[in-house]
Design a protein around this ligand. Structure first.
Ligand SMILES: NC(=O)c1ccc[n+]([C@@H]2O[C@H](COP(=O)([O-])OP(=O)(O)OC[C@H]3O[C@@H](n4cnc5c(N)ncnc54)[C@H](OP(=O)(O)O)[C@@H]3O)[C@@H](O)[C@H]2O)c1
Length: 336
């Protein structure tokens, strides 16, 4: 890898794509040239990067000539088609879609958890699902000290997880609701303003689990390299613009106390404890938005488990950053 690689962002105009550019700039990523790629609809538009104007180009099969690192966030079908083309042209692909995550030959990486897998790549490295990353960053240091046998998660997922158009839908439908106008949902399947609904990913008719839930279950096992870990999860969209929350309860192999969890998390990378019982101040999306750390609070004994093996907590993380763009840029930093 060159010391100042040429980096391409595929999906540069999207919710994640915009954060890729911001992370590269803020973290002073040592890139030579930035190439911004999107659909034909966006070709010719411009974006600002490090004070320079970059013209967005249409993604084509020729887009990857001279590209060293390609950051993909334009959906699974685009990744499936263009990631192999980028690899053939000599680029290392870091992919945000679910296209390659469960491919046994593709490392699925959270740098705070399994950075050692990065060097095993054969051209493609996958970024995990945003709900997976948000849960596993704080769970991993606990799992290392006292194996987690079982975890139950309930998500409270923001509009940003469904892309820029879903964020706009939340704003527009809220405005319409307040003004007494009707609003027909265009991006998400149900009215979003002042509503909560089951995650919009497809539901498996056999099991009743939706795609987002299945991703978290499978990805957790792959990243922790622990096929025995039992994961139960319910994924829900809430009318929050940005940053997911998750209520997480986990059961360890040996007894564990809330003080032990607090001590483990107090110096865990990528985690910030926000747990002020006196002020009733705990993780909130409004605080998590715009920062790279996963906020963790409400750390307490799970009183439904009298054996003392279980802890409950509540987390919030900016899924456009740590759940997507930041995680990918951290992976890219390992490559240079
Ligand atoms: N949002 C999240 O929190 C999150 C987290 C983890 C992973 N991801 C994954 O990241 C990907 C993008 O998500 P997003 O939320 O950023 O979506 P988004 O806001 O809808 O952005 C989609 C991007 O893909 C581009 N695109 C669409 N069709 C294209 C085509 N035919 N050729 C080239 N570019 C095309 C769009 O370009 P135009 O503007 O030109 O249409 C846009 O830049 C998805 O795979 C998603 O699952 C998202």
């Amino acid at each position: 890898m060159k010391s100042r690689p040429t980096v391409a962002i595929v999906g540069a105009t999207g919710a994640v794509g915009a954060e890729f550019a911001a992370c590269l700039e803020q973290r002073k990523f040592p890139l030579g040239t930035l190439k911004a790629l999107a659909s034909a609809r966006s070709a010719g538009k411009t974006m600002n990067f490090r004070g320079e104007t970059i013209v967005i180009e249409e993604l084509t099969e020729k887009s990857f000539e001279g590209v060293d690192i390609a950051l993909f966030s334009a959906g699974g079908s685009i990744s499936k088609k263009f990631a192999p083309i980028a690899v053939k042209a000599g680029a290392v692909v870091i992919d945000n879609s679910s296209a390659f995550r469960m491919d046994p030959s593709v490392p699925l990486v959270i740098p705070e958890v399994n950075p050692g897998r990065i060097k095993e790549h054969k051209g493609i490295i996958a970024n995990p699902n945003c709900s997976t990353i948000t849960a596993l960053v704080p769970l991993w240091p606990i799992h290392r000290k006292n194996r987690i046998q079982r975890v139950t998660i309930a998500t409270y997922q923001a509009s940003s997880g469904a892309g820029a158009a879903a964020m706009e839908e939340l704003v527009e439908s809220t405005r319409a609701h307040l003004e007494g106008r009707s609003y027909a949902p265009k991006v998400l399947p149900h009215p979003y303003a002042f509503n909560v609904f089951s995650h919009n990913d497809t539901v498996d008719p056999e099991t009743g689990y939706n795609g987002e839930e299945i991703k978290v279950i499978r990805e957790t096992r792959k990243i922790f390299e622990d096929d025995a870990i039992r994961v139960g999860i319910t994924c829900v969209r809430v009318p929050v613009l940005r940053a997911h929350c998750e209520a997480i309860t986990f059961e360890c192999e040996k007894p564990i106390t809330e003080d032990e969890v607090r001590a483990i998390l107090s110096d865990a990378p990528g985690v910030k404890i926000v747990d002020d019982r006196a002020k009733n101040y705990f993780p909130m999306p409004i605080d998590a938005s715009g920062q790279g750390d996963i906020l963790v609070g409400r750390i307490r004994k799970d009183v439904s488990d009298p054996t003392g093996h279980s802890i409950a907590m509540f987390v919030s993380g900016d899924q456009l950053l740590k759940g997507a763009a930041l995680n990918a840029v951290q992976i890219a930093e390992y490559l240079v």
